[in-house]
Design a binder for this molecule. Sequence first.
Ligand code: TXA
Ligand code: MG
Length: 344
Amino acid sequence: MEITEQKQTLLLTEREEDIQKAAAILKKGGLVVFPTETVYGLGGSAENREAVDGIFRAKGRPSDNPLIVHIADIGDAERYAYPSPLFYTLAERFMPGPLTVILPKKDILPDNVTGGLDTVALRMPSNETARRLIATAGVGIAAPSANISGRPSTTSFRYVKEDMQGRVDAIIDGGDCAIGLESTVIRVDGGTITLLRPGKITVEELSAFADRVEVDKAVYRLLSDGEKPLAPGMKYKHYAPKAQVILLEGSEEAIAAFFAAHAGDARVGILCFDEDLPLEGAKVLTLGRCDDRDAHARRLFTALRDFDTMDVDTVYARLPEKSGLGLALYNRMTKAAGFAILQV
Ligand code: TXA
Ligand code: MG
């Protein structure tokens, strides 16, 4: 999708007067990129159809992929949706925070927000700037991740500017995002929770609050032509850097040997852990210490974008484990790799 108009983008800070400016832009139907604890969001008033159309255009996003509506207070959930008892139980434990819950939608939302679906995704971010912005604007903010469609989500001011400057009215510099992967997206039906997209809030944590937690198959694998994911966004190619990412599965020794054998290749990048270093000659980025999954989450999208500037055709990385926060890393990395997995 082409963007037709080049906008003058105001670069703002997290100071009160700048939040006021950003809120005024949102109230008038403009677009503001803002930090959250997960990734940066590309926001517009959820109650303004034209603003929402503008979000899809600015991102180059297919119009059947619904947006999350961000609220500043749990009390606002009822303005946009029909919350269930389980929603409130989960909200008490996990909100504000990196959890998005799908609920039946109310008519106050224009239907382009939800891509024509009769449900809406609601999230209350824990990032203070995000919540102050929403509260000051006085309206729910529809916001997808602030990246050009198909690219890794943005988790730093530098990369959000690279994708969004010229496409939106303002960008708020909130530094680096604390979590670095997008929110956990769930559906609640009675006492059952269905995980549509894994994130910082894990299946294990959610299990304490539901009779059952099911995981949509699109979380684990590439769907075949006839299959449909529960979250429309999970069907699109995502997070792809310019290089082909190949994920390695095997013993620690085999992977270490594989990294060492390819470290000298000029057009190969290696995404590893601190413990793998030093690797002579290679274009290497590390996700942090092996046992520090929070660091892996925080660094993954930046690392994928960094490889774009490193002149590599192939990036080798470990296939993450599927437990805890590992499932979110597994999901993002298999998608970035187009499910290319090599047994070593
Ligand atoms: O952490 C996050 O969730 C970030 C920050 C900005 O809040 N936002 C984000 O939005 O990742 P986005 O649009 O990039 O991803 C939203 C995901 C998509 O996969 C979309 O298909 C799904 O949520 N989704 C949204 N509304 C839905 C609905 N009503 N039913 C099913 N899936 C929905
Ligand atoms: Mg996204």
